[in-house]
Ligand binder design. Structure first.
Ligand code: ZN
Length: 226
């Protein structure tokens, strides 16, 4: 494969991990070479999209949003279906958390690769991580490697998928954000599964986030008094 070009498209959900990845990409490729992408996939917490736009504005990078309404039509997961409670429930059949949206990352990365192709961008950056997470199979390294291969073949492109947080713990992710100057932007991020701002502090996502900041010995800017 040829050397990839120096442009990156960051999948920005508005959360802590993707925001850390944005600062990783700015550090690696330069602000002018970074574009961010969010998906309006019918998520119950529309606040995520506002957060993503605000974070991109704060970081002074381009931001795009693509609509995908198919996941809502599929239903059955707690992120898009208001009839399902996000209380860390596990699906009896799959053994996965009910926040698992089947194939979501595959679809996101495929659309991202399509946009990257249009923009002449080789590098896709995603905040997925194998460690410290819910065990979504489409966040694993082997899935990403296989998808990258499929995208390269299917688009005759040089696309490269980067997952800089893949093997980091939540603590290490907080430390990385701090070291890259991304802590201020953390005040604009959204993590809470209950869609609350300020966050509820009790849902699995809030608890995991709090654990990471505490372990890193860093105060969460989202919780700091204004
Ligand atoms: Zn919460």
């Amino acid at each position: 494969m040829n050397e990839s070009n120096g442009k990156a498209l960051v999948l920005l959900s508005g959360g802590q991990d993707s925001t850390t990845c944005l600062y990783w990409a700015i550090d690696r490729y330069g602000r002018d070479n970074v574009t961010t992408l969010s998906f309006d996939y019918g998520q119950r917490h529309r606040i995520e999209l506002d957060c993503a736009a605000a974070i991109a504005g704060h970081a002074r990078v381009d931001h795009r949003c693509l609509p995908i309404d198919t996941f809502t039509a599929l239903g059955g997961d707690a992120l898009t279906d208001a009839g399902i409670d996000v209380a860390n429930e596990t699906d009896a059949t799959s053994g996965l958390p009910n926040t698992f949206v089947p194939g979501r990352n595959l679809v996101f990365l495929t659309y991202a690769a399509a946009l990257a192709w249009r923009l002449g961008v080789d590098n896709l950056v995603t905040g997925v991580a194998q460690t410290d997470y819910s065990g979504y199979p489409d966040c694993r390294e082997n899935t990403l490697a296989a998808l990258q291969q499929a995208l390269r073949l299917g688009m005759e492109s040089n696309v490269q998928i980067h997952a800089p947080l893949m093997h980091l713990s939540k603590r290490e992710t907080v430390e990385l954000a701090r070291d890259l100057g991304g802590l201020d932007a953390m005040a604009l991020t959204h993590t809470c599964y209950n869609g609350l701002r300020p966050p509820c502090g009790e849902c699995p996502a809030c608890l995991l986030r709090a654990k990471g900041f505490a372990a890193a010995g860093v105060e969460d800017p989202l919780l700091a008094p204004a």
